[in-house]
Design a protein around this ligand. Structure first.
Ligand SMILES: Cc1ncc(COP(=O)(O)O)c(C=O)c1O
Length: 372
């Protein structure tokens, strides 16, 4: 019998997704207007405790919209972590501004807050903070720095839906927060994104920009150059159905994380996912650091898992190492922690339908590779 494949992520569409999609099909509202867009925006903003939600095409467009609406452009600098998925840095470059990369923090794997101030110049306009692999960044410290230097804070919450920082949901701390609903995210719309803000003017501006910059008062009149970053009603319908299940999803993911922790805690040199007392992380992708001496052990583990039909993935590459981004490096910058984490970090299958027996098998495979 063929061995079953265990993917790293998998959308679980077991709520009202089909019912809501059928409503779109029946009514013909399948494009970028329709009741589900408003409903999804309002419900998601409410869930995060923020006033306004602006749905758009994906997490990258959400970041680009946020930066554009904040007026960031050529001549500006924006601080971003070196260890993250590429989107925030690409979004900065799309505006014409320059990304300024900052090393990672060894404990939370997020941007190292102690290294931010050193990178601030007259040109700095904003900080993008990413809550990586489900663990919140130290938001109060970042907001303090931002206040001192009069900078905007954009939270990239793509990987941390529902996570909490000092008792408040992430996404409500920065001037704008950006979410992705790609298929591997905690809730998904297939592809989709959302910007949240408490600032009505900013929300209105983002809404105009995502619709080609079209004036809301005069159709087909453009006072500015915008983008086509619209989300469709069908995608929003899926999003609303997913949001209705988010508590359950997060609980199930918490159990998955706890099961992995139980199986892996006694293996020497494995660093399990961070969980600081000031944060309530979520299990987006259960991620670990392999702090062991054997050469290339992280890569051997990924190979060993793949040989057993289990998908696992390495951490992101440090952005400063990749050719298009090298030019943004500044003199005397070091990224030792991002480099260390990137070489030794890996993520394991994490989705609601993952069975206890799958987790046991995955962990046993890890143990077998380590002892071989
Ligand atoms: C931290 C982070 N930001 C942004 C994105 C971009 O989202 P999207 O793929 O929806 O553009 C992702 C992942 O997809 C991500 O992991």
């Amino acid at each position: 019998m063929a061995m079953k494949f265990i993917p790293i992520a998998k959308p679980i569409l077991i709520g009202k997704e089909k019912e809501y999609i059928e409503q779109c099909v029946k009514t013909g509202w399948i494009s970028s207007q329709g009741e589900f867009i408003d409903k999804f925006e309002q419900a998601f903003a409410k869930y995060c405790g923020v006033k306004y939600g602006v749905a758009n095409a994906n997490g990258t467009t959400a970041l680009h919209l946020a930066l554009a609406a904040l007026g960031i452009g050529p001549g500006d600098e924006v601080i971003a972590p070196d260890l993250t998925f590429i989107s925030p840095v690409n979004a900065i470059i799309y505006t014409g501004a320059e990304p300024v990369l900052v090393d990672a923090d060894k404990e939370t794997w997020n941007i190292d807050i102690d290294k931010i101030e050193k990178e601030i110049t007259q040109k700095t306009k904003a900080i993008i903070v990413v809550h990586l692999y489900g663990h919140p960044s130290r938001l109060d410290k970042i907001l303090e720095i931002a206040k001192k230097y009069n900078l905007f804070v954009i939270e990239d919450c793509a990987e941390a839906h529902g996570a909490e920082y000092l008792g408040g949901k992430i996404g409500g701390f920065g001037h704008v927060s950006c979410f992705s609903f790609y298929g591997n995210k905690i809730i998904t719309t297939g592809g989709g994104g959302m910007c949240l803000t408490n600032d009505k003017k900013l929300a209105d501006k983002m809404r105009i920009l995502l619709n080609h910059g079209m004036s809301p008062k005069k159709r087909y009149w453009h006072d500015q150059i915008g983008f086509n970053y619209r989300l469709t009603n069908i995608q929003a319908a899926i999003g609303l159905a997913q949001l209705e299940q988010i508590h359950k999803f997060l609980e199930e993911r918490e159990q998955i994380s706890a099961a992995y922790n139980r199986h892996l805690k006694d293996i020497d040199g494995l660093i399990l996912p961070p969980s600081k007392d000031w944060a309530k992380p979520v299990c987006w992708l259960y991620s670990i650091i392999i702090n062991r001496k054997e050469p290339k052990i992280r890569d051997r583990l990924i190979e060993g898992l793949r040989e057993n039909n289990i998908d696992a993935r390495p951490f992101f590459y440090p952005i400063h190492k990749m050719p298009p981004y090298k030019k943004y490096l500044k003199a005397n910058q070091t990224f030792k922690t991002a480099e260390y984490l990137s070489k030794r970090g890996m993520s394991l299958p994490s989705y609601q339908a993952l069975k206890k027996s799958d987790i046991k098998f995955i962990c046993q495979t890890i143990k077998n590779v380590i002892s071989s």
